[in-house]
Design a protein around this ligand. Structure first.
Ligand code: NDP
Length: 342
């Protein structure tokens, strides 16, 4: 089997040298374990955090350790009555061609129900993140206005579609004209702004203000950076900010020059939260998987009917995972980034 290990920790943006592609012996499943040949692997922004040796909600990948990832694949050997060869399953197999896990850490997939890749995106962790963060922490109400960036990604596109179905005005932010067109034409956003087309946060803010004539009630935070700086002064009283991620700052975090004017630093930030009665809620989706069956029962039928749409960006070959991952952090992906292994 092959795996991709963390060779060194990045300083800023990761590069190819931070990863090593290695051959490894095929694991032999122990009692209750299942051996899976991975067909598709997920690449997600959170993996950047696992490359740093910093205290966080999850332990870092050790140097020499296999990079962490969810994947879907076919069972090739099983020492559990729960799975037999030929079954398909999702599990945290890592950046690797094969994975061996206890049966209770696998989720069975039915290939007859649609593409198994959906378990990595729209009907997997990212889609669930968008659904949970919006419905539970965003508390959407018809007639309100929502803004979300990374609008064509698996989290942002779920947020936008669930909000639209709940009767909100949805304004996306995405990188480039093509992604903005996808946001409106495929995912039904009322408008989408290209953050790269505006030199400053205040220019982006002016364009957002024009698309949000009644202000912003929910800012679903995916990116931080210039988008946060642009949106923050537009938030209404009782605004909700589900803080999901801040990918603009994963490689290097710093407030922009206009952050203080936007009320985003020190006492002014705290005062805005107070006088606008804002709800700012961070969340880590792995703490909420008790709600996953509810998510699937609500959203899977809408995906099957086409009411909720999804987009995948599939790179070929495990050896190309580092390049696809590095590009994704800078917006190189269009839709859920997946790697096809076989
Ligand atoms: P995406 O597939 O959308 O990929 C990340 C996207 O971020 C890029 O495609 C790019 O889109 C955008 N981006 C990168 N840099 C910038 C920037 N400087 N300014 C604005 N946008 C930028 O990712 P996901 O949908 O998988 O994840 C979205 C967010 O949700 C991430 O922050 C992720 O960490 C977070 N997350 C959090 C979870 C939790 O438990 N809290 C669970 C899952 C995800 P574009 O080209 O359109 O700008």
């Amino acid at each position: 089997m092959f795996r991709i290990a963390l060779a060194s920790r990045p300083d800023g943006a990761p590069s190819a040298e931070n990863f090593s592609h290695e051959a490894a012996p095929l694991p032999v499943p122990g009692e209750g374990e299942v051996l899976v040949r991975v067909h598709y692997m997920s690449l997600d922004p959170y993996m950047r955090g696992r490359m740093d040796d910093a205290k966080s909600y999850a332990a870092p990948v050790p140097i020499g350790g296999t990079m962490e990832a969810g994947g879907v694949g076919e069972v090739i050997a099983s020492n559990s009555p729960a799975f037999k060869p030929g079954d398909f399953a999702f599990g945290m197999f890592g950046w690797a061609s094969h994975g061996c896990l206890p049966a209770d850490q696998l989720r069975r997939l039915d290939p007859a129900m649609g593409p198994v890749t959906a378990a990595l995106g729209v009907l997997g962790m990212p889609g669930f993140t968008g659904w949970y963060g919006l419905t539970e922490l965003g508390r959407p109400r018809a007639g309100e206005t929502l803004v979300v960036a990374a609008a064509t990604g698996p989290v942002g596109s779920m947020v936008g579609q669930v909000a639209r179905l709940a009767g909100l005005r949805t304004v996306g932010v995405a990188g480039g004209a093509d992604k903005c067109r996808l946001a409106t034409e495929m995912f039904g956003f009322d408008a989408c702004l290209d953050h790269r087309a505006y030199d400053t946060a205040s220019d982006l803010r002016a364009a957002l203000a024009a698309e949000c004539p009644d202000g912003v009630d929910i800012y679903f935070e995916n990116v931080g950076g210039k988008v946060l700086e642009a949106v923050f002064p537009l938030l209404n009283e009782f605004a909700r900010i589900p803080v999901c991620g801040m990918v603009a700052w994963y490689n290097a975090g710093a407030l922009g020059a206009g952050a203080a004017d936007a009320g985003l630093s020190g006492p002014a930030l705290w005062r805005s939260i107070l006088v606008k009665y804002m709800s700012v809620n961070g969340f880590i989706i792995s703490n909420h998987f008790d709600r996953f069956p509810e998510f699937l029962s609500q959203v899977a039928p809408k995906v099957a009917s086409g009411e909720i749409r999804f987009l995948e960006d599939i790179a070929e070959g495990l050896e190309n995972a580092p390049a696809a991952f590095i590009a994704m952090l800078e917006g190189g992906n269009t839709g859920k980034q997946i790697v096809k292994l076989i």
